[in-house]
Design a protein around this ligand. Sequence first.
Ligand code: PEP
Ligand code: MG
Length: 587
Amino acid sequence: MGEEHTMRVFQGLGVSPGVAVGRALCLETRSEDVFRLPLAEEEVPAELDRFRQATRRAQQEILKVRDKVHRQLGEELGQIFDAHALFLDDPVFLERIERRIREEQVNAEWAVFRTVEEMEKQFAAIQDDYLRQRMEDLRDVAHQILGSLQGIAHHDLSEINGEVVVVADELTPSYALRLGRERVIAFVIESGGRTSHTTIIARSLNIPCIIGIPGLRTNITDDDSLVVDGETGQVVVNPTLELLAAVHERRVQLAERERAALATCGLEACTADGVVVPLMANIDLPEELEVALRYGAAGVGLYRSEFLYIERSPQLPTEEEHYQLYRRLVETVRPHPAIIRTYDLGGRKLARELLDTREENPVLGLRGIRLTLARPDVFQTQFRALFRAAAHGDLWVMAPLVSSLDEVRQLRAFAGAVADDLEREGVPFRRDLKLGIMIEVPSAALIADHLAREVDFFSIGTNDLIQYSLAVDRNNEHVADLYQPLHPALLRLLKLVVDGASRAGIPVSVCGEMAGDPAYAALLVGLGLRRLSMGPRAIPAIKTTLREIDSRKLAEVAERCLTLGTAVEVEALVAAALPSLASVLEA
Ligand code: PEP
Ligand code: MG
């Protein structure tokens, strides 16, 4: 038997639990950075030739996909690819790129990239749905040509059949969402971080996911049989019959654990000495609402509304679509509150339709509330729907990535003007909804006392607060060990926020991934937090942990942690003072 059929085991980091058995589908999705390479005059003809070959190859690819989609899914969808093929037949478009190669004497990748960027700017100035759609086509075509130039095969989603495990170098949240709704039963991603939005989406879709196995795709081929355990982080290639039997056993165990978890639903979420800590649910997709209720969530602590947009993209959701969804959220969780976050687009959650420029460093760019305030038209549609839905339940609204008081004041003024409009129009709505902000930028944590006087509540986003305070990209596996939730700098920031909120008498919660980890959640309660929000499936474990520990003990441990200088010391102190958390900290 050749090496390719023997069983092999790869170890990664399990970030979304569950066990899946399926065949591999390897995807290359990371488009290489495009660099400008100057050419000598005599190199230009060969470069033109390379460009023509690449466009021919891209053309053939597109036509192949078009025929398949046409056959399997019908004429209408097939036409999308006709539109793509047309671009590659358009002599004006192709000549524009060739001229740049000739005149600027640059590599074809750079010429494609710059030409498309230039055309995007021209398209962006025109407000027309049809042209906006063409801009999308143009981007797809550019991606295809660049892929072809770089020798990357782009994958055709329509080919997915049977139950597959997607193995990719990198996945954007929107791609993960599209794939997760096809017949994809697990993700294995070579790169990534535990709190990246893609892994959050995998958890929302309840699909096992493993990250951090660099080069895995060079060790397997499409159709290899894989077992993926999203908890242990193990990927087994070509499992033996014995291993498959063990997988069956493991699934039985997991189902048993699920039943035990559900049994905690009716118990109160409180510490051993009776301090109540409501546990709310973070929701990215509407279908998670039902799961949240099943797991006993005390309302929705974070609805990431940008996923409504990401699902509809390139179309923007209408006011009615926003309204119907928010209304469903508040009505379903009544009498508990539903906290809806305004769009947190930008950064890695692409917002190409809203941004008309490319950013060098989008994570520090026009993201969250900055983008929303820059696009009042889009913000207004969302706010009208939020005010209208607030008439049906306890709806709280919060804005992401706030970094200054000015933004809060602009937000309030804007919300007030939207409410005035609704009143003038005689539309039913509720004006006095709670308006809060996320604390996820260090500047906001440092002026929490000021902010607390001008907003109705805080919700701390530790995923970003860690990223921005420790200068560690939450998506980057190369600095994953520096992403330390127990870093004393973070604990001090959290303390400032809790104190600021308590002095102003406003509620404060944590909705970052830290809240869904038993050891971290216990420490958060020790720091004074009395409301936590997490992926719904984490609720039972957090409830069980908190019910076994005295809040006074937690407060004492947290106070000592605040005097320490390193994350390692904090971890050692927590493990020694609270032995029941030691094993969770090690995991
Ligand atoms: C956070 O930053 O902790 C948060 C909850 O927001 P998101 O993960 O969507 O950035
Ligand atoms: Mg955030």
